[in-house]
Design a binder for this molecule. Structure first.
Ligand code: PLP
Length: 390
């Protein structure tokens, strides 16, 4: 190739899930694969949603662009949904619909930060967050992983790391990769810290529909001044099992949405329109279906906790929730990638190595169970007990 490429991209890691899938490409022998790599539900959206979308295809509008920040009905429905969940006052003008929550993060970071700025990002991070910040030339300032605090980062550490170029604090709860559910008090403490420094808390709640209890995850929206310091990110991919439709949302101050719209106009013009129709249908009709899936995931959390408690494999559970178990492997001194590759090739268990989620994660492996039923957990544990590395 005779031309040069953007060195910022060149320095970014390869997409981790693609690499993990590469380990089992062409696999024909061995026990049936237990795929605990990607955090996507295996089940399909309900047939009623599919039928609804088929009907919507007859509308000539469906192939046209939607407004940049989303269908007005969807913005209003999502605002009402959030308000129902969290209380407070959330209006359609606070919502921008995006092409998935990854794009929501990308657009928000473009809106908040420029090259040379800093963003606080706890370890272990969701790898696409780090990758995007690297591409922008924005420095991710990491907070230490705190297994001793159930995986919840320490606001005091963040306070010490905020500087003149810090533009945001990012939290993910329920967390990917750890599954940790941050207590409301911790989320509030981070929000208060961010407010003191006139920066927003960017809270990725992709997995909010898989919380174990009925209590709201936090009370931040109940504060009438929430738009001054909170940016919430959401994904419709998981709740409605529609990852391929690519729909997510940013909920924030209208002034942020107005700037973000410029970036959205350039990268996608609008989120996929049929997907927006799917999200709108889901918000209006699928609450009981989502509740059923939440119960299924809760059961899986119980099954995962049970097998790790009982098995003598040396793999120990650090934290677990939503779709994820973060596990300490027993092969001390071995790279997480080697352990994950061994699990895939020798035992037929596909996982993501901790190293994909940032520095200092070599002792850990992420198991995602959205894709694997509770009934498969004993077999998974049986195979882990056979884990021997040369
Ligand atoms: C924390 C987190 N944010 C965002 C996403 C991406 O969601 P979407 O499919 O809406 O882009 C994921 C998907 O795994 C995730 O785990």
């Amino acid at each position: 190739m005779a031309y040069r490429l953007n060195p910022l991209l060149g320095a970014v890691v390869e997409p981790p899930i693609a690499e993990v899938h590469g380990w089992i490409a062409g696999r024909t022998a061995g026990p049936p694969l237990i795929d605990m790599a990607q955090a996507v539900p295996r089940y399909a959206p309900p047939a009623a949603m599919t039928r609804h979308l088929q009907e919507r295809l007859a509308d000539p509008e469906i192939v046209r662009y939607a407004p940049i920040v989303g269908l007005p009905d969807l913005r209003a429905a999502f605002a009402a949904h959030l308000q129902g969940t969290y209380g407070g006052r959330i209006a359609a003008e606070n919502v921008a619909v995006t092409a998935g929550c990854n794009q929501a993060f990308c657009l928000v970071m473009m809106t908040l930060a420029q090259a040379g700025d800093e963003v606080i990002l706890p370890l272990p991070y969701y790898f696409n967050h780090q990758m995007w910040l690297d591409m922008l030339g924005v420095r991710a300032v990491h907070l230490a992983f705190r297994p001793d605090r159930g995986g919840v980062p320490d606001p005091a550490e963040a306070a010490a790391k905020i500087g003149p170029r810090t533009r945001a604090i990012v939290l993910v709860s329920p967390n990917n990769p750890t599954g940790a559910i941050y207590p409301p008090a911790a989320i509030t403490a981070f929000q208060a810290l961010a407010r003191r420094h006139d920066i927003p808390l960017v809270l990725d709640e992709t997995y909010k529909d898989f919380l174990p209890g009925d209590d709201a995850a936090h009370g931040l929206f109940a504060d009438p001044a929430w738009p001054d310091g909170l940016v919430q990110l959401y994904s419709f991919s998981k709740a409605f099992a529609m990852a391929g439709h690519r729909v997510g949302a940013v909920t924030a101050a209208p002034a942020l949405i107005a700037q973000l719209a410029k970036a959205m106009d350039c990268v996608a013009i609008c989120a996929p329109r049929l997907g927006q129709e799917a999200a709108l249908y889901g918000l209006g009709h699928l609450a009981p279906w989502v509740a059923g899936n939440r119960a299924t995931m809760r059961e899986r959390v119980g099954a995962v906790e049970g097998v790790f408690r009982a098995n003598g494999s040396g793999y120990s559970l650090v934290s677990c929730g939503a779709y994820f178990a973060y596990v300490r492997h027993p092969h001390a001194g071995r790279a997480a990638k080697d352990v994950s590759r061994h699990l895939a090739r020798d035992l037929g268990i596909l996982t993501v190595p901790g190293s994909a989620f940032g520095p200092g994660q070599e002792d850990f492996v992420r198991f995602a169970f959205a894709n694997v039923g509770a009934e498969a957990m004993p077999e998974m544990a049986r195979r882990l007990a056979e884990s021997r590395m040369a």
